[in-house]
Design a protein around this ligand. Structure first.
Ligand SMILES: CC(=O)N[C@H]1[C@@H](OP(=O)(O)OP(=O)(O)OC[C@H]2O[C@@H](n3ccc(=O)[nH]c3=O)[C@H](O)[C@@H]2O)O[C@H](CO)[C@@H](O)[C@@H]1O[C@H](C)C(=O)N[C@@H](C)C(=O)N[C@H](CCC(=O)O)C(=O)O
Ligand SMILES: Nc1ncnc2c1ncn2[C@@H]1O[C@H](COP(=O)(O)OP(=O)(O)OP(=O)(O)O)[C@@H](O)[C@H]1O
Ligand SMILES: N[C@H](CCC[C@H](N)C(=O)O)C(=O)O
Ligand SMILES: [Mg+2]
Length: 502
């Protein structure tokens, strides 16, 4: 069942709660306001239903305070927001010190059920993969499991396509409550830096935290890398309770700072990777070797050595698999069983996914839409290209413009043949986005129409080549202006292959 973006499903119609029970610890309430009953929560005036409590939030584009009158006209029976934003209203106003955090806590009270075991993962790249892997490990070990993130909600009972990596608190808690009601006991979800910075997950009872890596992304939102890292560190500083496991990839420049933040909070450290604490509670990668479209791993945990065949392409998937294994072990699963389950992992859709071949050349779809991910993806595929490594990619509009030349330069450095195309231009001029990439990628070709770019790349493949179509992964739309046109790299590849076969 597809749920409305910020509404509630049928189940909650009829639920009524007193403002005291939602916000009693977040604001000083007089008795009259505390007793007001609400029947729903809303952050968008356009989604308000009669009986709702409307949160007027100051945002990146506009200020919810401007829509208070519209919310009341739509039936809001109370309004909450920063002090001073709601004076002289016809309905009660609740002044909050931190409106976004209060919204998250109120959401967790309105939709109160949560699985007993919840792991959250953050990091620039690998979150979706880690959440999917952790869900798969738990499921294989017999737990009813779910994951929530960029590819939406996935559980054994339902799959719901999502649009944000960390949904807004109302949508997030509605989904969490619903899956708990379905019987899900184990949830892995993605904590994006936006989500952490905007307190979207502050009402989630997180049992364990995972951290993959840090590289350039979202510099249109965060003023600098330190701010970006600090947003991510909120997972350990504020959300995982003291004593809870912190599973941290130890192989990066940022790792010591992440480990220090987790340590300062009194978390149970589990470092993973080539610098992981294999003698102790962490997981050390002792050796790795490519084996066809799989990898042979030797790892160490609590001093014991394990040999695993990881059925995935890409060195970075080892990092993701080890963080996922750490999250499962840290939340109580048996290490031997967890490591055995890694041999059955399936990659998340569109993450270095082998989707076909032409003239003997493998074709991969990948979600690399930031510099480091593109570098890692191209590097991972190099062993499969004895002739040319071909890449088709673009860059999103209304997103960090600084990524574009960096990605162009990486493609020029790592690939042998480049086609620059469109990837969700949104409100920007697609040609200008392509030009910014092309300027840093001498010799690259420009084919704006993504389906055509994919067709051309496939038609030129020769034995010994490998092709990666990067940036859209699982996505099913091309966002042009404010329209979302149906588009899928998977379908475009299938069409191109079918037309060559016929
Ligand atoms: C930049 C950003 O993070 N924006 C998020 C933020 O919106 P905002 O509060 O800044 O929105 P705004 O447009 O300024 O509006 C302010 C307030 O007025 C309200 N409003 C607005 C218009 C109106 O008519 N009535 C009304 O009430 C809005 O609902 C909002 O509450 O809070 C909203 C509710 O939580 C989010 O939906 C919204 O995500 C937008 C859609 C978005 O595109 N976010 C992306 C950048 C994002 O969050 N990405 C991350 C990371 C991706 C990754 O690396 O994987 C993610 O977690 O997905
Ligand atoms: N551990 C990793 N290190 C570096 N790059 C990675 C790693 N894991 C995945 N990638 C690259 O990043 C892309 C996205 O991976 P994934 O969706 O798992 O990460 P994510 O953190 O959820 O990304 P997003 O924030 O875009 O949702 C992959 O397709 C791959 O190119
Ligand atoms: N969660 C990421 C996804 C980007 C995917 C890429 N296809 C693009 O549109 O830039 C973002 O919103 O920045
Ligand atoms: Mg993701």
């Amino acid at each position: 069942m597809e749920l409305p973006p910020t509404g509630r499903s049928q189940d909650w119609y009829g639920t009524r709660m007193k403002i005291h029970d939602l916000l009693g610890d977040q604001a000083t309430l007089d008795a009259r306001i505390a007793a007001v009953e609400i029947s729903g929560l809303a952050v968008d005036s356009r989604a308000v239903r009669p009986g709702d409590l409307f949160f007027a939030l100051s945002g990146t584009k506009t200020d919810g305070a401007r829509f208070i009158a519209a919310a009341i006209a739509a039936g809001a029976v109370a309004v909450a927001g920063a002090a001073g934003t709601g004076t002289g209203l016809a309905v009660p106003f609740i002044a909050l010190a931190n409106p976004r955090r209060a919204l998250a806590l109120a959401s967790s009270r309105f939709y109160p059920r949560q699985p007993a075991t919840i792991a959250a993962v953050t990091g620039t790249s690998g979150k979706t993969s880690v959440a999917a892997f952790t869900r798969q490990i738990w499921q294989r070990l017999g737990h009813s499991s779910a994951s929530i993130g960029t590819i939406g909600l996935v559980s054994d009972k339902r799959t719901v396509y999502g649009s944000l990596t960390t949904p807004d608190p109302i949508a997030l808690h509605r989904q969490i409550d619903e899956i708990t009601q379905d019987g899900v006991t184990h949830l892995a979800f993605e904590a994006s830096s936006h989500g952490l910075d905007q307190f979207r997950l502050d009402g989630v009872r997180v049992s364990a935290g995972g951290f993959t890596n840090l590289s350039r992304d979202h510099m249109d939102y965060h003023p600098d890398l330190a701010h970006y890292l600090n947003a991510k560190l909120r997972l350990f500083r504020d959300l995982v309770p003291p004593g809870g496991p912190a599973v941290i990839s130890a192989d990066h420049e940022c790792s010591p700072e992440v480990i220090a933040a987790a340590d300062a909070r009194g978390l149970r450290l589990m470092t993973v990777g080539t610098h992981g604490d294999g003698a102790g509670a962490g997981i050390r990668l002792v050796a790795a070797a490519v084996d066809g479209f799989a990898q042979q791993l030797e790892i160490q945990h609590c001093g014991r050595i394990y040999f695993i065949r990881l059925p995935l392409v890409g060195a970075f998937q080892i990092e993701n698999a080890l963080v996922a294994a750490g999250l499962a072990i840290g939340t109580g699963s048996d290490p031997q069983a967890v490591f055995e389950s890694l041999e059955k992992l399936e990659g998340a859709k569109g993450r270095l996914e082998l989707v076909g071949e032409h003239n003997g050349a493998p074709i991969f779809i990948d979600y690399a839409h930031k510099p480091d991910a593109l570098a890692k993806a191209l590097h991972a595929l190099r062993p499969y290209a004895t002739r040319k490594l071909v890449v088709v990619f673009g860059a999103g509009g209304d997103r960090d413009t600084g990524k574009r030349p960096l990605m162009g330069a990486i493609a020029a450095e790592e690939a042998d043949s480049i086609i620059v195309t469109d990837d969700n231009p949104r409100s920007e001029d697609p040609a200008a986005i392509r030009a910014a990439i092309l300027a840093a990628a001498p010799g690259a070709r420009e084919i704006g129409d993504r389906a055509e770019a994919i067709r051309v790349a496939i038609s030129e493949l020769q034995p010994g080549d490998a092709l990666v179509i990067a940036g859209k992964g699982h996505e099913t739309g091309q966002i042009i202006g404010s329209n979302v046109l149906h588009f899928s790299d998977h379908e475009a590849v299938a069409d191109a292959l079918a037309s060559r076969a016929s």
